[in-house]
Ligand binder design. Structure first.
Ligand SMILES: NC(=O)C1=CN([C@@H]2O[C@H](COP(=O)(O)OP(=O)(O)OC[C@H]3O[C@@H](n4cnc5c(N)ncnc54)[C@H](O)[C@@H]3O)[C@@H](O)[C@H]2O)C=CC1
Ligand SMILES: O=C([O-])CC(=O)C(=O)O
Length: 340
């Protein structure tokens, strides 16, 4: 029996993510929770003849929504409008994430928790600190979803390399990964296949490629012109990540070479090694390729940090500086400035 709960299931991300998860063979109960329209969405999905039953839960029903959940995914919160940064969402989304993570700690303390709500760089520290305060924090169980950055990188690198490319944009995670965080300059694409990076440089489009990956979210916000941010591509990315967690829970083989996630380093076996390799012993969170065991992050694949080019190192250093501020902001929201 595997129960997956989506908190914020009626939203732009939540609905297509729920649809994709309804197709997962690993789920027996898909539990949807939202403050609005959840009865309609869950009834609609419940007519799909797949493995899982789909249940819907409104505001007063959060205990039922969460009880027994193995995996909790949180896309609840407001999205950006043109002219906004992800950090502009902090005030509203911090309260939402804090409250939903508290309920998760109370009613589904063993669940793996995936944070989609923005700004991810600050929301994950909020989730971790809140669970720590409650005495419910389990290292490796709480991660920020940065998979959309990898999905974009895989797509854009093929776009830049042209029509006659023999590359398959659906299977590029052996060639490229994305590390750092999930906003602008904190997003750092890294080539595992150095030849591809070199080719982009030769074609004089490396910088443009990096910019598109770092600011891909803005492209969508602009195109949607006030109607929100990425929802469909995010749903796909969230589904891909959740499927990896579910495969790991079910001891099935991963389909990916690298699985990036934004993680809390002190909670991970080789977290200290990462801090040393990044050159900042105070850095508590970063997105890197992770190794999953039973759906939890057991360790980090640090090899990516051993083979950075000078450009990638420069980008990572910029990212780390910005990340530290984002992380502190999230921590302070829970534990207060005086205790830091
Ligand atoms: N990590 C990533 O790569 C990405 C993150 N996002 C983020 O995901 C979040 C959601 O985006 P959208 O789905 O487009 O927004 P949306 O506004 O369409 O949906 C959000 C949903 O959350 C629900 N909600 C709000 N407060 C809630 C609460 N306390 N409990 C339960 N449900 C609650 C709303 O009722 C709504 O249905 C945003 O913060 C957005 O920035 C979006 C795309 C990519
Ligand atoms: O841009 C946004 O606000 C949503 C997001 O995180 C993304 O699309 O990467």
């Amino acid at each position: 029996m595997t129960k997956v709960t989506i908190l914020g299931a009626s939203g732009g991300v939540g609905q297509p993510l729920s649809l994709l998860l309804k197709l997962s063979p690993y789920i027996t109960e898909l539990s949807l929770y939202d403050l609005r329209n959840v009865e309609g969405v869950s009834k609609d999905l419940s007519h799909i003849n797949t493995n899982s039953k789909c249940t819907g839960h409104g505001e007063i029903d959060i205990e039922k929504a969460l009880k027994g959940a193995n995996l909790v995914i949180i896309p609840a919160g407001v999205p950006r409008r043109p002219g906004m940064s992800r950090d502009d969402l902090f005030k509203i989304n911090a309260k939402i994430v804090k409250s939903l993570v508290s309920y998760t700690g109370k009613f589904a303390p063993g669940a793996r928790i995936l944070i989609i709500s923005n700004p991810v760089n600050s929301m994950v520290p909020i989730a971790v600190e809140q669970l720590k305060l409650m005495g419910k924090f389990q290292p490796g169980n709480v991660v920020g979803v940065t998979m959309l950055d990898l999905v974009r990188a895989e797509t854009f690198v093929v776009d830049f390399l042209g029509e006659d490319s023999t590359l398959d944009k659906t299977k590029m995670d052996k060639d490229i990964t994305v590390i750092g965080g999930h906003s602008g300059n904190t997003i750092v694409p890294v080539f595992l296949n150095k030849k591809l990076g070199e080719t982009l440089k030769m074609k004089k489009c490396y910088d443009e490629f990096i910019h598109r990956v770092q600011f891909g979210g803005d492209e969508v916000v602009k195109a949607k012109d006030g109607a929100g941010s990425a929802t469909l591509s995010m749903a796909l990315a969230g589904y891909k990540f959740a499927e990896e967690i579910l495969r790991s829970l079910h001891k099935a083989k991963s389909t990916m070479t690298t699985i990036p996630a934004f993680v809390y380093l002190p909670g991970i076996s080789n977290g200290k090694e990462v801090q040393e390799k990044v050159g900042n012993k105070n850095l508590e969170y970063i997105a890197l390729p992770v190794n999953l065991v039973y759906g939890s992050v057991a360790s980090i694949d640090t090899t990516v940090l051993d083979n950075l080019t000078s450009e990638e190192t420069k980008l990572l250093n910029i990212a780390v500086k910005e990340l530290i501020g984002n992380i502190d902001k999230g921590k302070k929201f829970i534990i207060g400035a005086s205790k830091l």
